[in-house]
Design a protein around this ligand. Structure first.
Ligand SMILES: Cc1cc2nc3c(=O)[nH]c(=O)nc-3n(C[C@H](O)[C@H](O)[C@H](O)COP(=O)(O)OP(=O)(O)OC[C@H]3O[C@@H](n4cnc5c(N)ncnc54)[C@H](O)[C@@H]3O)c2cc1C
Length: 389
């Protein structure tokens, strides 16, 4: 029997999820990544229930539960430490049928990689894709070392600075700076920092400091500060920078800054991409951040990459007109969903980070007055827009 072959460029969350879904559906999948060693950028990620449901469906539920932190509550605190809002996540879990899991990125990558390889997927590292050539009935990826890989479909999951995006769009689209810098990492969990079953978020001065529980008795932490583009990124400076930006914030925030190990911290300027007018061309589909990098202020970028992989695989295996036809169906469905997410996340980033200081001030006021049920309803609405309700 002829087995359809998929070439996937990029072994991030999107590429690996797509690889698992297609390989399980009977495709022969080859993933290529330019790096020689897979190392996720950043330390943690919150997998909201829409992403978790897809991974459950791919048979990863138990493994995910094992690496997921027990996040039962969310709380917003004023920079002084005073609680603005304490939110139980149980109504959200009851509404959508699955708890969210904050996870360490490396743990998630291990789970996805192991799953991909255990179903027979092939991963090649050190292979930088430099272009594609489409034939009438196939598509070929070209690599920097002169090698090529031919398949029936090519998935460009090559991240926010996607090289293949230009091929699909016939134009170059650069990521757009969201106006703030994010530091993130992992520290040992301790109730001196925050309640251990709670996602705690300190807000003020258009900045955020936050911790959330992941497995292994660790907190994933992040700090966000509105800064102009191009500030110096020097790891030996991180503690000093954070002490400067968070001067006068609560005792537990100071404790967190003192505990971080700068050489393990990621410092990133936050950008987004899109919404794009096109996600596919012929036999080539953009997926994940290559198609719609979102500001992380909704915690949905990785979840959208996971949804993409699921939807793409479903159209490829459940329709039989042609590969380009299945890709057009994927594009039609995913453009609607991801346009909404990219716009919502950008809007939220602007509210949180003081694009209009008056609106940010109103948001601070709203945080203390908002009913916890309204907060979980709003999150449930985003989750329920995913392909698995
Ligand atoms: C600070 C921060 C916090 C976030 N928090 C969350 C969160 O809480 N929840 C959430 O769901 N999302 C979150 N996100 C978003 C999430 O990290 C991304 O959406 C997700 O990692 C995108 O996965 P991807 O597979 O599309 O791309 P990537 O993970 O970027 O993978 C792309 C891969 O392609 C490879 N590659 C690139 N170019 C080539 C080439 N030419 N040839 C071969 N290989 C190539 C790269 O080496 C890389 O391995 C956050 C993002 C940031 C920055």
């Amino acid at each position: 029997m002829y087995c359809l072959k998929a070439i996937v460029i990029g072994a991030g969350i999107g590429g690996l999820t797509t690889g698992i879904a297609l390989q399980k559906a009977g495709y022969q999948v080859e993933i290529y990544d330019r790096v020689r060693e897979l190392r996720p950028i950043g330390s943690g990620i919150s997998l909201w229930s829409n992403g978790v449901k897809v991974l459950n469906h791919l048979g990863l539920g138990e493994k995910l539960a094992a690496i997921g932190g027990q996040m039962n509550y969310m709380e917003y605190r004023h920079l002084s430490g005073n609680i603005l809002n304490h939110i139980s996540l149980q109504p959200l879990i009851d509404a959508v049928g699955q708890r969210p899991y904050p996870v360490a990125r490396r743990d998630l990558q291990n789970v996805l990689l192991e799953a991909f390889q255990s179903v027979g997927g092939k991963l090649t590292l050190g292979s930088k894709c430099i272009g594609v050539i489409e034939g009438f009935s196939d598509v070929t990826a070209k690599f920097e070392d002169g090698s090529v890989a031919k398949g029936d479909v090519l998935v460009a999951a090559d991240g926010i600075r996607s090289l293949l995006r230009q091929y699909v769009l016939n134009e170059s689209i650069e990521p757009k700076y969201a106006g703030y810098v994010n530091w993130n990492g992992l520290v040992p969990m301790s109730s001196a920092l925050a309640p251990v079953d709670t996602w705690s978020i300190y807000v003020g001065e258009h900045k955020r400091a936050s911790v959330m529980p992941v497995s292994g008795d660790r907190f994933y932490f992040f700090f966000d500060v509105s800064l102009s583009q191009g500030t110096v990124n020097d790891c030996t400076n991180y503690k000093q920078e954070l002490k400067h930006h968070f001067q006068g914030w609560a005792e537990s925030v100071q404790l967190l800054i003192n505990q971080i190990e700068p050489e393990t911290v990621a410092r990133l300027e936050i950008n987004d991409v899109g919404p794009l007018t096109k996600l596919v061309k012929g036999r080539v589909a953009l997926l994940g951040d290559a198609a719609h990098a979102t500001c992380p202020d909704l915690g949905q970028g990785g979840c959208q990459a996971i949804e993409d992989g699921w939807v793409l695989a479903n159209y490829l295996i459940s329709t039989n007109l042609s590969v380009p036809d299945a890709l057009r169906r994927y594009e039609a469905e995913r453009k609607v969903r991801t346009t909404e997410i990219v716009n919502k996340a950008r809007n939220r980033a602007e509210v949180i980070h003081g694009k209009d200081p008056e609106i940010t001030e109103q948001w601070y006021q709203q945080l203390s007055q908002e009913s916890p049920l309204d907060v979980t309803k709003a999150i449930a609405k985003i989750i329920s827009g995913g392909p698995l309700h």
